[in-house]
Design a protein around this ligand. Structure first.
Ligand code: BLA
Length: 503
């Protein structure tokens, strides 16, 4: 376990995980070329499943290996798949001595690819079980509630001893946002993990092929042999037997997990997160369980964006009264700046900030707890980004701009709302520095830059974060934009009055 991993690549994200030239040993693989008929690839363990050595299978007609009836049925069913859809089907085969086999066929990159596994007793992963899980999703009102229901349902169906939902942050790091586990296991809920744990190509992979599984992290990979040794490696993206990265296998062993079943969650074409099932002892995720996991993941993915929008809208509505009061106050027959100053309490409450500054016509007025006006002028100079700069929300102003260090106490966080396309007219809200403790599932710095080794300790590790405020939400930004619309309406009225007075 302590030997360095042989790596033919320089960075984690350079490992070509879709072409490992190997599979996991709990199944066998056959692939046929563009003619669907002649075997181009066979896994070295083929004899244990079909009684025919891989070397004998290469170049042979696929129909003679699995039987003409099975072959024709597979082609027939793949043909009826919707155009563009990833075509796949499962069927049954009989191996030597009457062993019962399941075969899952799919077509990808002009190859017909067959995963062959033994029929094993599977947990009760039926359509009925899947329907039962999806049924519970009806009551979810937020993405977070949906994740709770998904991990609960997936654990009940799969029987894995830990199931959690992992959500990616904007930088690729992630957090465990829902979890159900055997009471004997330590909790992961709330812990954060660095982006390096699931490098970019692995995240891309889970967008393309949503379900992945490892039956036994301690397995010895089985080579996939090719009829033409000069042919490019077989793309195993969609094979349920794809051998996973040796680095990730070691990661699992370090974590004391033998088996995993992973479902990618996508929202708005992005990988939002994953549902991950772990089991302490080896466990094959059979075709039925994978299908149920796929259904659960698809339902969650489809619902995520809508629930996030609904949650966003509900939070926005929660501030609707404040926004209405502000809009009414803007109608007062006093200069705009005076109207805003008079509405101080509502202006601060709108985005839950203890301080704000109004910069209009070259004058800065401070409300509540803010940096000093001279420092606010410097913030303005830094944030005036361009002619049509939208609102900007930063929770790390002084970390980004060390020259603004003096703003740390009152203004580590700033929400900047430009009011005009020229000049300094703007509203700024401030939030104070708020030191907080971020719990990581192991020291994130244990990944030295470019390290090819997974870390060995996953003991909770607390990072004290300074120089940041409480984060601004997309709802805060939306409310600031709403206020700007009201202010622009008021400015238009002012302008019309001015023009009329000139006449
Ligand atoms: C894959 N890494 C993964 C996956 C997860 C994690 C969930 C998807 C596959 C699976 O679930 O088995 C990470 N697992 C976690 C995290 C938790 C967990 C964060 O249980 C938290 C509780 N990994 C490293 C380093 C590298 C690396 C240093 O630690 C690269 C040098 C790579 N991780 C890596 C690769 C994959 C991966 C390449 C894809 C494996 C594959 O599918 O081939």
């Amino acid at each position: 376990h302590s030997q360095p991993l042989p790596a033919s690549f320089a960075r984690c994200e350079d490992e070509q995980i879709h072409v490992p030239d190997a599979i996991q040993p709990h199944g066998a693989l056959l692939a046929a070329g563009p003619d669907d008929a002649t075997v181009t690839h066979a896994s070295a363990n083929l004899a244990a499943f079909l009684g025919v050595p891989a070397t004998a299978a290469l170049g042979a007609p696929l129909a003679t290996l699995i039987g003409r009836a099975a072959w024709e049925s597979i082609l027939d069913r793949l043909r009826s798949a919707a155009p563009g859809a990833a075509a796949s089907c499962t069927g049954r085969l009989e191996g030597p001595g009457g062993t019962r086999l399941r075969v899952r066929a799919h077509r990808h990159a002009h190859q017909l690819c067959l995963d062959i596994v033994r029929v094993e007793p599977e947990p009760d992963a039926t359509i009925e079980a899947a329907r039962g899980v999806l049924e519970t999703f009806r009551v979810a009102r937020t993405p977070s509630e949906l994740c709770d229901l998904a991990v609960h349902g997936l654990r009940a169906v799969s029987g894995y001893d830990r199931v959690f939902a992992y959500r990616f942050g904007p930088e690729g790091d992630g957090e465990v946002v829902a979890e159900e586990r055997d009471a004997s296991l330590p909790p992961f809920l709330g812990l954060r993990y660095p982006a390096a744990d699931i490098p970019a190509q692995a995240r891309q992979h889970y967008l393309r092929q949503r379900v992945g599984s490892v039956a036994d992290a301690g397995y010895v990979p089985v080579p996939v042999l090719a009829a033409d040794p000069a042919a490019p490696s077989l793309d195993l993206t969609h094979s349920a037997l794809r051998s996973v990265s040796p680095i990730h296998r070691r990661y699992m062993r370090n974590m004391r997990t033998a088996a995993s079943l992973t479902v990618g969650l996508a929202s708005r074409m992005q990988l939002w997160g994953m549902l991950v099932c772990h089991h302490a002892t080896p466990r094959v995720a059979g075709p039925d369980l994978r299908a149920v996991a796929d259904m659960v993941g698809t339902a969650v993915s489809v619902m995520l964006a809508g629930l996030a929008d609904a949650e966003h809208e509900a939070m926005r509505q929660g501030h609707a009264a404040t926004l209405r009061t502000l809009t009414d106050r803007l109608a007062a027959p006093v200069p705009l700046a005076d109207a805003l100053v008079a509405a101080e309490a509502d202006l601060l409450h709108l985005v839950d900030a203890p301080g704000a500054a109004i910069s209009l016509g070259g004058t800065i007025r401070c409300l509540g707890s803010t940096p000093r006006p001279t420092d606010i002028a410097r913030i303005l100079a830094v944030l005036q980004l361009g002619p049509d700069a939208g609102p900007v929300a930063l929770d790390d102003l002084v970390l980004r701009h060390p020259a603004l260090e003096a703003c740390r106490a009152q203004g580590s966080g700033v929400l900047f709302l430009p009011l005009s396309t020229s000049g300094d007219d703007a509203i700024l809200w401030f939030r104070p520095e708020q030191s907080r403790i971020v719990p990581w599932g192991g020291d994130p710095a244990a990944h030295a830059e470019g390290a090819m080794e997974p870390r060995t300790s996953f003991a909770a590790w607390q990072q004290v974060v300074t120089g940041r405020s409480a984060p601004w939400s997309t709802v805060d930004l939306a409310l600031a934009r709403d206020l700007r619309t009201a202010i622009e309406a008021r400015m238009a009225v002012d302008l019309r009055t001015e023009v009329e007075q000139l006449r």
